[in-house]
Design a protein around this ligand. Structure first.
Ligand code: ADP
Ligand code: MG
Length: 862
């Protein structure tokens, strides 16, 4: 076997250290990939796979992407959950002896992207770390683009960890390699995130300022795991990282993962879109920072009444003083994403245009302050005090940057005249030189009398004097030195011209270099203002979300809720999302009351009448209230709920498909084992995933359990009419139903909630609405009549399922398929089955097979 080339040796060595990433190996103007990386990248990026002759028997698979368009390819890979290691030449190839030195300068991973084109501006991009200790777990979230760090400690088990991680915008989770395999798989399968490993958890003193508030070793270890990983991948300053905030789960309304999904808070279940979600209705923010904050609030509504009231109070003010609010809104629109600008300043990837945006945004702050002061309440006026900004930044940017700089920071044209003396000198030199040249052209024209004589410039020959062939006779012999001959003209130089050229070029080169240096200095100076910018960003986001609440509350007629202790009572409650997609004024509002005495509402009513809608609108109203927004109804007395649990029965569970009865039971179990008397439970048609008796029995047992042991406020919808009898035995349960009326044999949905149980289920009416064939509808009606007779008697004598099957063929309708007895075959049929079994297909021609099939079918059809 031949030896590898030295460059290949270098490649293999670096690749060995980055097994889990695509290694982008810089070769001239390309990033090249080799071996398996090349094969996979060619497939994922749809680029051509080539080969590199290595002198070995086997050429090496290879593919590459141009340096200047690499960002797009990297984005494709990272979006797919891969990592990319960027390996650059770290010494000048001209001065290198042997192979140019190369190093990985950054690892771009799904959780650590910073590039604008890879981030969704309205969403955080979290990388998390998960650490396990004996029975506890710690999650740390970090958004590298904004510098936020948050910690959550879980003392009781793994389940809560999954519920927490679910539905967060997490792209990557960093774990220790000894996290049990089973748990790792759950993370991969349920959360679809990239898993990365970091076992080094020693604390780096550089991060001291981030964790002064952490007094628990578990928290420190977990934060170190994440920061070490980020340091390892990014290999640069993390100056914008903010002190870690500890999230105490008990301060927030907790939503289990099923609620997060079923209530469609930030995206719809089916299409995973914002359109149709609560966020879609509520998001009237005008800055990217505000949009991100709103999303965070929706994922963690508050539990602290004082904080909620403070938000509501501000919303109220914004609502009332709508002229000032409009003013505020308009001014906020020109505030750029300060939070991410601060992040990119720390990372050293802002250009002059970004800094101008920063200046522009900061210059709006005094105006924002004035507007806030115009509101009549101290809570709002106090907000103005947080609108401080580093004036030095604005001054510096104002004096240093030109109004319309280029994107590149390496080609000059960024810095204003008068900012730096040496730069001015270079610029003067080059301007004077150019003037001298213009003067020269004028003078030579006059002297030679050649009107078309001109002084030009190109990169190869520098400055030259050009005379067309037709005019050559006018030129005194030997006046200039001939340099180049073209078809129509001759080009000349003079020693004087070359001397000036030297000065001009040198001045230009130096000034471009100096401008770059000056820009880097300005960027460095910005770093000390990062904390101030972050604080301002926080204040801007807060005001933006709350003006958004006021705006949406006014547009949709929401009212300010009151938080009370005993009885939840909402008048004319509406579903915030469904009312938006319906024609205005067509949504039917309903009242709801829940208290100690009546804490469980059992909802019956035909399919499609609005049971699920009613249940969800309660949960959404609760959530809106607890994030500090007004709510969709005529008036609301709300209770502060600590947790919301939802379970949507299998038949209604749209995403399901894979949802089995087992999952339904697991979810119900999650609710009843975690709920308290301050929780809200929504159980929508539970028990539908199994046979009637089973389902009904479980549904009843679950209601009784909640009633007797948990005392959580509960809405339970069901199509089992039999359950309405529970009102007699469970004092805190109350029947309500959604009214429907029969009109000329058709059902009309009124969507009105009434007391008492529904009288019929109207399923067949719905089938009729769906235009099933009339004969089928008739048949169903008569089966129903028979069943109603039989089923009632069956229930009362409590016969077992098997007994029921044997006695009445009709009841097999209720019984799971697998339990049905096999149908008896006739002798004729048995013969045919035997014949079929005996056929040796491989011994037959297709025609023979056809004939045999024909014979068998004919026998059956006799
Ligand atoms: P159920 O759960 O009883 O089968 P849904 O709650 O799914 O019924 O409601 C079915 C449809 O009826 C909804 O998609 C909506 O279009 C309409 N609907 C429900 N509640 C109302 C209401 N209060 N006012 C107007 N339309 C409603
Ligand atoms: Mg329903």
């Amino acid at each position: 076997m031949t030896k590898n080339t030295p460059m290949m040796e270098q490649y293999l060595k670096i690749k060995a250290e980055h097994q889990d990433a695509f290694l982008f190996f810089r070769l001239g103007d390309f990033y090249e990939m080799f071996f398996n990386d090349a094969i996979e990248a060619a497939r994922e990026l749809e680029i051509t796979l080539t080969k590199r002759d290595s002198g070995k028997q086997e050429p090496i698979p290879m593919c590459g992407v141009p340096y200047h368009s690499a960002a797009n390819y990297i984005k494709v890979l990272v979006d797919k959950g891969y990592k990319v290691a960027i390996c650059e030449q770290v010494e000048d190839p001209k001065s290198a002896k042997g192979v140019v030195k190369r190093e990985v300068i950054q690892l771009i991973t799904p959780g650590t992207v910073m590039e604008k084109n890879m981030l969704n501006e309205k969403e955080n991009n979290f990388i998390a770390s998960l650490s396990h200790f004996n029975h506890s777990y710690v999650i740390v979230y970090s958004d590298l683009s904004t510098g936020e760090n948050r910690l959550v400690l879980f003392e009781n088990g793994w389940d809560a960890v999954l519920h927490e991680l679910y539905h967060q915008p997490i792209k990557e989770i960093v774990i220790s390699s000894d996290l049990p395999e089973g748990l790792q798989n759950q993370l991969r399968e349920r959360l679809h995130v990239t898993l990365s490993y970091q076992d080094e958890v020693t604390f780096n003193a550089e991060y001291r300022s981030l964790c002064e508030n952490l007094h628990d070793d578990r928290l420190l270890t977990s934060l170190s795991r994440l920061l070490n990983y980020i340091q390892y991948t990014q290999k640069r300053s993390l100056e914008h990282m903010q002190p870690a905030e500890i999230i105490h789960l008990s301060s927030y309304l907790s939503l289990d993962m099923y609620s997060k999904r079923n209530l469609e808070l930030t995206e719809t279940m089916m299409k995973k879109e914002k359109y149709g979600s609560l966020l879609w209705v509520l998001d009237k923010t005008v800055t990217a920072m505000g949009a991100r904050m709103l999303k965070k609030w929706l994922e963690r509504p508050l539990l602290n009444k004082q904080l909620i009231e403070e938000r509501l109070e501000i919303v109220d003010r914004f609502y009332q003083q709508f002229m000032d609010r409009d003013d505020l809104r308009e001014t906020l629109k020109s505030v750029y994403d300060l939070e991410r600008l601060a992040g990119r300043i720390a990372f050293g990837n802002v250009n002059a245009r970004d800094l101008l945006q920063l200046k522009e945004s900061l210059s709006k702050v005094p105006r924002l302050k004035t507007i806030l002061k115009q509101f009549s309440q101290p809570v709002v006026q106090n907000l103005a005090d947080q609108f401080n900004y580093p004036e030095a930044v604005v001054d510096l940017l104002e004096t240093s940057l030109v109004g319309d700089p280029p994107i590149s920071i390496k080609e000059g044209g960024i810095i204003k005249d008068g900012y730096h003396q040496q730069l001015d000198t270079y610029r003067d030199a080059s301007r004077n030189g150019k003037q001298w040249i213009a003067e020269l052209e004028r003078k030579e024209k006059e002297e030679t009398n050649i009107k078309s004589l001109k002084v030009g410039y190109n990169r190869v020959f520098g400055y030259y004097i050009e005379v067309t062939k037709a005019n050559l006779h006018l030129l005194p012999e030997g006046k200039y030195e001939r340099k180049q001959t073209l078809t129509n003209a001759e080009r000349y130089i003079t020693p004087e011209l070359k001397e000036k050229e030297q000065l001009i070029l040198e001045a230009e080169e130096k000034s471009v270099e100096l401008e770059y240096q000056l820009f880097i200095d300005i960027r460095e100076k910005m770093k000390e203002h990062i904390p101030a910018l972050q604080q301002l960003a926080e204040a801007v986001s807060y005001v933006d979300v709350l003006q958004g609440f006021a705006t949406v509350s006014e547009a949709n007629n929401y009212v300010r809720p009151t938080f009370v202790e005993n009885q939840l009572s909402i008048e004319k409650s509406r579903h915030p999302v469904i009312e938006q997609v319906m024609k205005e004024g067509t949504f039917v509002p309903n009242d709801i009351v829940l208290n100690e005495d009546k804490s469980i509402l059992l909802i019956t009513g035909p399919n499609m009448s609005g049971k699920s809608t009613f249940m969800r609108q309660l949960a959404l109203t609760v959530i809106m209230g607890q994030i500090g927004c007004f709510v969709p109804c005529a008036s609301a007395d709300l209770l502060l709920f600590d947790q919301i649990f939802t379970r949507i029965g299998a038949a209604d569970d749209l995403v399901a498909g894979q949802s089995t009865f087992m999952v339904e039971m697991l979810e119900a179990n999650h609710a009843i084992s975690n709920a308290t008397d301050r929780s809200l439970i929504l159980l929508d048609e539970i028990g539908r995933g199994t046979s009637t008796y089973d389902g009904m029995a479980l549904a009843q047992a679950i209601i009784e359990y909640i009633h007797n042991h948990i005392h959580a406020k509960t809405l339970f919808s069901t199509h089992y009419h039999e359950l309405t009898d529970l009102e007699q035995t469970l004092p805190r349960l109350k029947n309500i139903h959604v009214r429907a009326e029969e009109y000329e044999g058709n059902v009309v949905f009124l969507h009105q909630i009434k007391e008492g149980a529904a009288d019929e289920s109207y399923g067949i009416h719905v089938a009729k609405l769906a235009e099933l064939p009339p004969s089928l509808i008739e048949r169903a009606s008569s089966i129903l009549q028979e069943l109603e007779g039989t089923a009632k008697s069956q229930l009362s004598v409590q016969q077992s399922e098997t007994a029921a099957t044997e006695e009445s063929g009709q009841l097999s309708f209720f019984i799971e398929e697998g339990k049905q007895k096999p149908k008896q075959h006739t002798t004729e049929e048995s013969d045919i089955v035997r014949d079929l079994k005996d056929i040796d297909l491989f011994d037959m021609t297709p025609m023979d097979a056809m004939n045999e099939l024909y014979r068998l079918q004919k026998k059956l059809r006799k």
